[in-house]
Design a protein around this ligand. Structure first.
Ligand SMILES: [Zn+2]
Length: 360
């Protein structure tokens, strides 16, 4: 299964957009461009972006389609006398992924300027440091090339509180159907959601669909906590770019591999996805011949937790595009998984009706 040009451009633009938690402005801008034909859009103070299908009637059950717009990022903590920047995490990183990474630091003029998370040259490392390099964030710095505090402030215009994201650019390996980029958690989920809505334009659906690009998921589902109150959903489908386990796990325990379709989790440590709904969705996939995977996750967390614990606790499932190396600077996914996810989301939107919701 191949992606079309529209979907590839959508994913590229979303992946490349800088959008650390709390600083999702560029992502919202890209989403607005692509969603203009889908329906009316609104925002709230957190910059949650609400997209109301223009075919919505106002008298059908409300289906929330959620994808989070933020990505794990960093934030400038302070500027050292030598011009290097100390930082804290926005969301949770594998610290091994940080050192030597190229990053983009937003400055006071709103420009994203290049930097490198400094790796101490091996020439200056003691034997003890070589054997056991420190991965403590408080010892790491971003080098933007400045030579002093004054240089950093006056010539680079950096300041405390500004966001930092990986400098990774999207790359499409057309021959092998592979996708490389940053922030696939959850931009690839957002792209699949917007692509599905685009393909369903003009079609009558059994539910009124409100899609939300929700902010600040990586720091504790903060955007979705507000969005639920505005949407008041009867049922929800949560999109994710979810971590693939096929390069680390023993084969019997692999539950999220590349090339096997979207992953539907029975649970993670934040939520038990409504079991009857989950089974119904897996049966629907089988009936439609759409490849899907299922998992019982030992870690993780997602916005379905918010949906099922707010207002009336609407049933929620999670459609996750498998992503290798989520929460690091560089991710890998596949065209096949993207396409299978789009088809599955379309099947869900075409088949969830009032009777199905009553059955939950
Ligand atoms: Zn996510």
């Amino acid at each position: 299964m191949k992606m079309n040009e529209h979907a590839l451009n959508l994913l590229r633009d979303l992946s490349d957009a800088p959008g650390a938690s709390g600083f999702e402005d560029e992502v919202v801008k890209v989403a607005r461009q692509y969603a203009a034909s889908i329906g009316e859009m609104k925002e709230d103070f957190l910059r949650n972006l609400y997209i109301y299908r223009k075919e919505n009637t106002g008298n059908k059950p409300v289906l929330l389609l959620d994808g989070h717009s933020d990505e794990v990022g960093l934030i400038v903590h302070s500027i050292k006398p030598n011009g290097c920047l100390r930082f804290l995490q926005l969301g949770s990183w594998n610290k091994n992924a940080l050192v030597s990474s190229k990053v983009l630091v937003r400055n006071a003029k709103g420009e994203y300027i290049p930097g490198i998370i400094a790796a101490k040259p091996v020439h200056f490392m003691s034997a003890a440091e070589k054997a056991n390099p420190s991965m403590d964030i408080s010892n790491m710095v971003i080098d933007i090339g400045a030579t002093s505090y004054q240089d950093a402030v006056e010539n680079f215009h950096v300041r405390m509180g500004e966001p930092v994201v990986p400098a990774t650019k999207f790359y499409h390996d057309e021959k092998r159907g592979l996708l490389f980029g940053k922030a696939f958690d959850c931009r690839i989920g957002c792209a699949a959601m917007l692509e599905a809505l685009h393909r369903l334009e003009g079609k009558d659906l059994p539910c009124d669909v409100v899609a939300v690009l929700s902010t600040q998921e990586e720091v504790g589902h903060r955007g979705s906590q507000v969005a639920i109150h505005n949407v008041k959903p009867d049922i929800a489908v949560v999109m994710e770019g979810c971590p693939a386990d096929d390069t680390f796990t023993e084969s019997y325990a692999i539950q999220t591999a590349l090339g096997k379709g979207p992953m539907f989790r029975h649970m993670d440590i934040s939520v038990i996805c409504a079991p009857r709904y989950q089974r119904w969705a897996l049966d629907l996939a089988a009936k439609k011949g759409i490849p899907v995977q299922e998992s019982v996750r030992e870690g993780g967390g997602n916005n379905a937790a918010t949906v099922q614990s707010t207002l009336s606790g609407a049933p929620a499932i999670v459609a996750g595009v498998p992503v290798r190396y989520a929460h690091s600077t560089d991710c890998i996914s596949t065209e096949f998984d993207f396409e299978a996810t789009v088809q599955m989301v379309m099947a869900l939107l075409e088949n969830i009706d009032a009777d199905v919701i009553r059955g939950m």
